[in-house]
Design a binder for this molecule. Structure first.
Ligand SMILES: O=P(O)(O)OC[C@H]1O[C@](O)(CO)[C@@H](O)[C@@H]1O
Length: 356
C-alpha cells in the first residue's frame, strides 16, 4: 500500500486551507516586488509542474485578460527571440527547485534580461536562488515520486499569485475574483468527504484497477488539466499507458480505438458537453468499453459513477475531481503489488541528470 502517498492525499484539504487563509502574508513579498505590470506571462515547468502551469496560464487569460502561456523548459528558445523582456514576466515553477532543465532555462532567460519569478517549495533550491523573486509553495515535505499535495498546492499558489497580481495591476473584475474565492472555499470544505467517497469507490473498483491494460481519460474545458494530471498519476503508479484527451479532440479520430475492454475515465467538468459525454458513455459501453465517470455534475447514478460535491467551475476540477485519480493510484498500485512510495528506478535521476 502506498501509505505515504495516501497520507499526502488526505493532507491536501488542510494544505489548501492554510494557503487560502494565509494568502495575504504568503503572497505579499512577491507581489510588492512585482508592482510594474507585465503585458504577458510565460510559465514554465516540467511534469506535474507543467500541468499546473497550463491551468494557471489558462486562468490568467480568462480572469485577468493577460496574454499567458505555459511551456516546458526545453521548448522556450523560439519564444526567446519573439518576446520583449520589458513586457514579459517569466514564472519558473518547480516543486523541488532542482529540475535541471528548469534551472538551465532560468539561467538562459535571465541572461537575456527577463524578470524571473521562481515558484518552488524550497527556498534554498537552485531554481529559487536563480530567480529574481521567489514565491514559496507552502505544501510541506513530499518525499514520494508521484506528487499529489505539491501539485495541487502549486496550482493554488499560481492561482492566488495571478489574482494578487491582477489586483496590483488593476486587471480583471473584483466580482469575478470574489466569486472564484467563494467557490474555492466550498471546494476545500468539500474535499475531505470527496476524498473519503473516492476511497470507497476505488476500493469497490480495485479488481478492475488490478487488470486494466491501459486507460483513456476524457475531459473538457479546464477539466482537461485534471485529466492530464490524472493520466500522469495513473501511468506513474500503475505502470500502464494512460492518455488524456480533450473531449472534442477524442471525437476526431481517437474514437477509432473504441473496442471491447478499452477502459475510459470520463471527467465531465461543465454543463456545455454533459449530454454529448453521456451519449459517448452509453455508446462506448454498448461497444464493450469499461467506463468510469468522475464528476461534480448531475449524472445518471450507477456503480461506475463517482459523484462528488462541487461547483460547476472547471478551473476547480484540480481540487474537486483530481484527488479521485490520486486515490485510484494508491488502490490500483496496491492490487498490482507496486509500492509507489518507492522509486521504480532509484538510479534514474542520477544517470539521466534530471535533478541537481
Ligand atoms: O516540479 P519539479 O520538482 O521541477 O519536478 C518536475 C517533475 O519531475 C518529477 O520529479 C519526475 O522527475 C515529477 O514528479 C515532477 O512533476
Amino acid at each position: 500500500m502506498a501509505r505515504r502517498m495516501l497520507e499526502y492525499i488526505k493532507e491536501q484539504p488542510e494544505v489548501w486551507r492554510k494557503i487560502t487563509d494565509g494568502r495575504e502574508s504568503l503572497f505579499q513579498g512577491a507581489v510588492e516586488k512585482l508592482q510594474q505590470p507585465a503585458k504577458r506571462i510565460v510559465i514554465l515547468g516540467s511534469g506535474s509542474s507543467y500541468i499546473a502551469s497550463m491551468a494557471a496560464a489558462d486562468l490568467y487569460e480568462k480572469m485577468l485578460g493577460l496574454e499567458a502561456a505555459a511551456v516546458v523548459p526545453t521548448r522556450l528558445d523560439g519564444l526567446l527571440r519573439l518576446l520583449n523582456p520589458e513586457e514579459t514576466l517569466l514564472i519558473a515553477v518547480s516543486q523541488s527547485g532542482k529540475s535541471t532543465s528548469t534551472i538551465d532555462a532560468v539561467k538562459k532567460w535571465k541572461a537575456r534580461g527577463f524578470r524571473i519569478l521562481a515558484v518552488t517549495a524550497d527556498e534554498q533550491s537552485p531554481v529559487a536562488k536563480e530567480g529574481d523573486i521567489h514565491q514559496f509553495i507552502a505544501c510541506g515535505e513530499e518525499t514520494v515520486g508521484p506528487k499529489t499535495k505539491g501539485m495541487t498546492a502549486t496550482v493554488l499558489t499560481l492561482y492566488f499569485l495571478g489574482l494578487a497580481l491582477g489586483r496590483a495591476w488593476n486587471l480583471g473584475d473584483h466580482g469575478d475574483s470574489d466569486r472564484f474565492l467563494e467557490e474555492l472555499n466550498q471546494a476545500i470544505d468539500a474535499a475531505p468527504s470527496n476524498i473519503e467517497k473516492s476511497i470507497e469507490f476505488c476500493r469497490n473498483q480495485a479488481d478492475l484497477l488490478a487488470v486494466i491494460p491501459h486507460v483513456t481519460i476524457l475531459s473538457e474545458d479546464a477539466g482537461y488539466y485534471a485529466a492530464q494530471e490524472g493520466a500522469l498519476k495513473l501511468l506513474e503508479t500503475l505502470y500502464i499507458p494512460a492518455v488524456a484527451y480533450e473531449f472534442e479532440e477524442y471525437l476526431h479520430g481517437v474514437n477509432n480505438t473504441i473496442a471491447p475492454g478499452m477502459c475510459h475515465l470520463y471527467l465531465p467538468a461543465s454543463e456545455k458537453n454533459v449530454e454529448r459525454m453521456a451519449a459517448l458513455d452509453h455508446y462506448t459501453r454498448e461497444k464493450g468499453c469499461i467506463n468510469l465517470i468522475i464528476t461534480v455534475l448531475d449524472w445518471e447514478e450507477g456503480s461506475h459513477v463517482l459523484k462528488l460535491s462541487g461547483n460547476q467551475n472547471p478551473y476547480l476540477s484540480i481540487f474537486e475531481t483530481l484527488p479521485a485519480f490520486q486515490v485510484m493510484s494508491v488502490f490500483g498500485s496496491e492490487r498490482r503489488n507496486i509500492d509507489c512510495d518507492k522509486p521504480k528506478f532509484p538510479d534514474f535521476y542520477g544517470v539521466l541528470n534530471t535533478k541537481a
